[in-house]
Design a protein. Structure first.
Length: 692
């Protein structure tokens, strides 16, 4: 019929660019319609029109993150001009998925489809679909409490129960009441959706069954003593002995371990000679630059003429558990560990610890092997350990975190009554109390728990409250330029590189940046040297510092300085030749971190103030002596308690800068107290006239 021919010849146009769709669009489209969620499109659109909140459960890889937000964009277009937000717990996922979806929609990344993560906004006024970390959406709520910019908000990976997602659920539960036009979609990879449904007043559930293949599970007969060694051995064995093609996915806990594993796997493969199949090793962790993250989607190396199978092995943190799906994986190696946040309110220490994963995580990991064909999962622990020792689910992050930032943000969002806030899982009262106490000492909250003017400005900085306070206070110490640089350097991954094969040279190089008073000033030296050397990558390489870290530190610095300008916080420096140059900087540090101080006891070890934890200077510290009083940026729990990034300070600064915290009337008895009392007497005496 003539009409159908006409329809066939009619070229489809991209409504965003006005241009005909490129062949790439059609290619992606062919794949998209094969995804499990595709059959549910009509159902979903109907639910979305009828209900305000929907819970959607679908197995990892079924197309939730990439497809459903696109449908929501269509809905949103039919309703007006507002955008769609889709949150992700992880930066990597937000970036990588935005990239993919911009390709699927045939538009430029950063235009109609964009992403927003802390310190990086890749979106524009044209953006109709924005992937963002949950933390960023929470931040947007501070300036736009009703989230008026959005027609639909999707909270993805809700099963992960990150701190920010939990808070968003609580906040959005209120917002939807006041914005009947707003739609909320909660997406999760696990079947335990009842809790979400209940929380959102019996929201309807849409369940998309996956199409995964069976996965055979193997356990080790005995516990492994060295899981890294066992993991590498298992990778090589699978590659050499398994007869079917298929890629490998190995779960490890962090960047260092992952890079180490990749190196060792490559070395082992090199020793096996040219006859064996090629094994391409691809690391994946959150601080990896985007272009390297994309490598996980590269195809496996080809099979050799002698029949030896080529494979890729992705060595990943638990990003690959549910956030990113890598097609082609047939073998999963699961050592059973992940880095997890833990918080002890009693000693006010939050740290990342390598801990056993939950049964739910183990199941998710195993599931990754069944994407393309029946797969195998090698668990490097015993079946007994799985059954008897692993807990069913990981505790929500809100139960394992320091809530300082959270409480400040909630206060800024206008939520004053934290005790009655509708948390899905309420945090421990002691943890909340600790947060209120911290913010009160930092003067962000007054004694009645109300947000102060200072607190309101602190909340505007995407930083921990201590850092925000330090930055703001540095204006009074005439060193905000320097504190800006230090804050930026503390907000990016470690800048010193220490390759195994050149440890000595790296350490020597680091010592050339060292400042006698400590690590904060050493970071400042590195930043200054980087700028003086015109941000030269070759210079970085030669001096064992990470070019990317410094570059992003510089970028973070610019963003923070824009926020400072917005609040008329003056950017100043003390004259470099003045004897006060470094003293002012160290005093400014104390303004933020007076609660993170350690005192060197006569017995020769450090005790943290008030909490009385025995700690040691971290071996990475550049201090060549043991100052009597130090502030530290971080408490690191390993086999020993370490304090990392440490600077020498004077005790009289503590008394002057934080008299409320160092109120000696209410101070536990200890050696530090006796020292401070002596100093206090001196300060009080008439002879002490020097101004501060
Ligand atoms: O969110 P969910 O786990 O349900 O799936 P998804 O992330 O939407 O992925 C759907 C499909 O797109 C999977 O087969 C992925 O492998 C594929 N995908 C891809 O090839 N490249 C990306 N950057 C993202 C997804
Ligand atoms: Mg997803």
């Amino acid at each position: 019929m003539p009409t159908s021919t006409a329809a066939k010849n009619q070229v489809q146009h991209n409504p965003y660019t006005g241009l005909p769709y490129t062949p790439r669009y059609h290619e992606f489209y062919k794949k998209r319609i094969t995804l499990p969620v595709f059959e549910y499109r009509t159902d979903f659109m109907r639910l979305l029109a009828l209900h305000q909140c929907i819970v959607l459960v679908g197995e990892t890889g079924s197309g939730k993150t990439t497809q459903i937000p696109q449908w929501c964009v269509e809905y949103s277009r039919s309703m007006g001009l507002k955008a769609v937000a889709c949150t992700q717990p992880r930066r990597v996922a937000a970036m990588s998925v935005a990239q993919r979806v911009s390709e699927e929609m045939d538009v430029a990344l950063g235009q109609e489809v964009g992403y927003s993560i802390r310190f990086e906004d890749c979106s524009s006024a044209n953006t109709v679909l924005k992937y963002m970390t949950d933390g960023m959406l929470l931040r947007e709520g501070m300036s736009d409490p009703m989230l008026e910019a959005y027609q639909v908000i999707l909270l993805d990976e809700a099963h992960e129960r990150t701190l920010a997602t939990d808070l968003l659920m609580g906040v959005l539960k209120e917002v939807v009441k006041q914005r009947p036009d707003l739609k909320l979609v909660i997406m999760s990879a696990t079947l335990d959706a009842g809790k979400f449904q209940q929380y959102f007043d019996n929201a309807p559930l849409m369940n998309v069954p996956g199409r995964t293949h069976p996965v055979e599970i193997f356990y080790t007969p005995e516990p492994e003593r060295d899981y890294l060694e066992a993991a590498i051995r298992t990778v090589i064995q699978i590659h050499m002995c398994e007869e079917v093609a298929g890629d490998l996915l190995l779960f490890l806990t962090g960047q260092e371990e992952i890079e180490e594993a990749c190196k060792r796997i490559k070395r082992e493969m090199d020793n096996l000679g040219p006859e064996v199949g090629e094994l391409k090793c691809i690391p994946l962790y959150s601080t990896l630059p985007p272009n390297l993250q994309q490598r996980i989607f590269e195809p496996a190396p080809p099979t050799k003429p002698n029949g030896a199978i080529g494979r890729k092995v992705v060595v990943s943190t638990n990003i690959a558990e549910t956030s990113l799906t890598i097609d082609g994986v047939v073998f999963v190696i699961d050592p059973g560990f992940a880095k997890q946040k833990v918080y002890n309110p009693r000693i006010r220490v939050e740290s990342l610890l390598v801990s056993p994963i939950s049964k739910a995580s183990a199941q998710q990991r195993a599931g990754r092997a069944g994407r393309t064909r029946p797969g195998k999962c090698f668990r490097l622990y015993t079946e007994r350990a799985y059954k008897n020792e692993m807990q069913d689910n990981t505790y929500p992050e809100i139960l394992r975190s320091n809530l300082g930032s959270v409480v400040l943000q909630l206060k800024k969002l206008g939520i004053d009554d934290l005790v009655h806030f509708d948390f899905m899982d309420p945090p421990a009262p002691e943890t909340l109390m600790r947060a209120l106490e911290l913010l009160n000492y930092l003067a962000a909250l007054d004694d009645d728990g109300n947000l102060t003017d200072l607190g309101a400005v602190m909340a505007e900085f995407p930083l921990d409250p201590q850092l925000a306070k330090m930055l703001i206070a540095s204006c009074n110490h005439n060193c905000s330029n320097e504190i800006l640089s230090i804050t930026a350097m503390l907000s990016v991954p470690q800048c010193f590189v220490r390759p195994n094969e050149a440890k000595k040279a790296a350490d020597d190089s680091k010592m050339r940046f060292a400042h006698i008073d400590g690590d904060h000033l050493t970071l400042l030296n590195v930043y200054h040297a980087f700028k003086q050397n015109m941000e030269d990558p070759q210079w970085c390489y030669e001096h064992f510092v990470n070019y990317r870290s410094l570059k992003s530190g510089d970028n973070v610095r610019q963003q923070l300085s824009r926020i400072m300008d917005r609040f008329s916080l003056k950017r100043t420096s003390t004259d470099f030749t003045s004897k006060d140059y470094y003293i002012n900087i160290r005093k400014a540090l104390v303004n933020g971190f007076f609660m993170q101080v350690a005192h060197l006891e006569r017995t020769g070890h450090y005790l943290t103030i008030k909490d009385n934890q025995v700690v040691q200077l971290h071996p990475s510290s550049c201090l060549d002596h043991k100052p009597e009083w130090v502030i530290y940026n971080e408490f690191v729990l390993t086999t020993k308690n370490y304090i990392r990034t440490v600077t020498d300070i004077k005790p009289d600064w503590l008394l002057k800068i934080a008299p409320q915290y160092y109120d000696l009337q209410n101070f536990p008895q200890c050696e530090a107290k006796r020292q401070l009392e002596g100093i206090q007497t001196r300060l009080d005496s008439k002879q002490y006239q020097e101004g501060f």
